[in-house]
Design a protein around this ligand. Structure first.
Ligand code: LLP
Length: 436
């Protein structure tokens, strides 16, 4: 997949760019995004869902967003899911058509809701009653109607990490179907003058491989579409089944194809529509990881190497949990290579450590690599999703730059932070200045 290969110098190449040259030109750590693969993934979704079934594909911007990414998503004809004023603002600055924006979140502020109404975003995905009431009042003040979907909690357990499961009943997200909260919410919508209920939404989790979980969710949701119709006379025409399609990170991960995902999901919705005797709704999906994840790699430079004989060899790189918090947060596993020596005679087992002051800052435990030396460039694969977007400045480390590569061209799309950026918001009160 994509444009990742080994070149004649025995270096890793991506988008026909030599990663060793990228590292020396842009510095490390460096996020590298393969434009071809990012677009290919968008197109695979567009083809499988939109062209084939008229379903809408909504890119989840929490995965990875900035002006360049947002522009590509727009060009590929996908819609956009945003979860904060900041993501919304990014979309607006990238001139993303607001009609194709879906605004999510379990605790949107008054200001965020107002901004979304001002921008006229296509759909607000309402998570709770507090939000519903607030939105109705704001829309009234602004003399507009809010077109909404209700986020429901379908009680479907996906087999994934505890922190990224979302569809189960005991969750902070959405109206629970099972205990009647969801039906109450539908009834509330009917009482509110400025709310137009367009559909229902659910999201059962992330990094999901079992498509059966989606079939189960589609079943529960379609059953609810019918129940809502029976009890309130409201027949919604839109059904958003969220994101979560898993990708390959590490041996054992076996994702299905995007086409299979589409075929199985759409067949389930159609079958259930027939079973519950309601029209087939317009279906939406919200992929993030499966578009951006495989399209990114991160380049690091190796610094200190600590060999504890018979125990472990720690290879420290110039980034770590600050640019990729996933191993520390979720024990996520990644694959990596030595980008300047792709094939080496001697292979050794090492552990790749970050540079933060805590023992948990390990990117990869026990990986076999060609003997690693100080100054080598290590590339970690599939870092396009939830790396940059979850990066931080712990230990006052500046965030890395990001380049977009394609056909031998490499363009900076996020500038590397410098020390001045770290002080950008610091203020020194007068009384502290005079005290020394
Ligand atoms: N839609 C909703 C409502 C979501 O909450 C999410 C992800 C998505 C779509 C996109 O899911 P995806 O296709 O990317 O799996 N930080 C975690 C993942 C958190 C996912 C949160 N919601 C990680 O690094 O694994």
């Amino acid at each position: 997949q994509g444009t990742i290969k080994v070149n004649e110098k025995n270096h890793l190449e991506i988008g026909s760019c030599d990663t060793v040259e990228l590292a020396s030109k842009f510095g490390t750590p460096l996020y590298v995004i393969d434009e071809t693969l990012f677009r290919q993934n968008c197109r695979a979704y567009y083809q499988a869902f939109t062209k084939e079934y008229g379903a809408e594909v909504i890119y989840a911007s929490k995965t990875l967003i900035n002006l360049a990414i947002c522009t590509m998503v727009e060009q590929e004809g996908l819609s956009l899911d945003v979860v904060s004023g900041g993501e919304l603002y990014t979309a607006a600055k990238a001139r993303f058509p607001m009609q194709r924006v879906y605004f999510h979140g379990n605790n949107k502020s008054r200001e965020e809701l107002r901004l979304a109404l001002e921008y006229r975003v296509g759909r607000m995905v309402v998570d709770n009653l507090h939000e519903l009431t607030l939105l109705n009042a704001l829309a009234g003040e602004m003399n507009v109607k809010a077109h909404i979907m209700l986020r429901l909690s379908p009680g479907v357990e996906a087999h994934t990490h505890e922190y990224i499961k979302t569809g189960q009943i005991d969750s902070k997200f959405g109206f629970v179907i099972e205990n009647g909260m969801a039906m109450e919410a539908v009834k509330s919508c009917l009482q509110l003058d400025n709310i137009v209920l367009k559909g229902f939404h659910c999201h059962i989790g992330s990094q999901i491989f079992e498509l059966e979980s989606y079939v189960h969710a589609a079943d529960v949701m379609m059953n609810f579409v019918q129940e809502a119709y029976r009890q309130t006379g409201v027949l919604v025409k839109e059904l958003n089944l969220g994101g979560g399609f898993g990708i390959y990170y590490f041996q054992g991960d076996q994702p299905r194809s995007i086409k299979e995902y589409a075929d199985i999901l759409l067949a389930a919705v159609k079958d259930k529509a027939a079973e519950y005797n309601v029209p087939v709704p317009k279906v939406m999906v919200e992929p993030g990881r499966s578009i951006a994840g495989p399209a990114g790699i991160t380049l690091y430079t190796v610094g200190s190497i600590k060999d504890i004989p018979d125990i472990r060899k720690y290879v420290s790189v110039d980034g770590g949990m600050v640019d990729n918090p996933r191993p520390a947060l979720y024990k996520s596993k990644y694959e990596a290579c030595v980008a300047n020596r792709m094939r080496g005679e001697l292979i050794e087992k090492v552990s790749i450590a970050g540079k933060c002051c805590e023992s948990g800052d390990m990117l990869i435990w026990d990986i076999e690599l060609p003997v690693v030396k100080t100054g080598d460039i290590v590339a970690v694969f599939s870092t396009g999703a939830y790396n940059y977007s979850m990066s931080m400045n712990y230990n006052r480390l500046p965030r890395p730059a990001m380049v977009l590569v394609q056909e031998g061209k490499a363009d900076l799309i996020v500038r590397r932070e410098d020390y001045a950026d770290l002080l950008r918001h610091d203020l020194l009160p007068e009384r502290l200045r005079s005290s020394v």
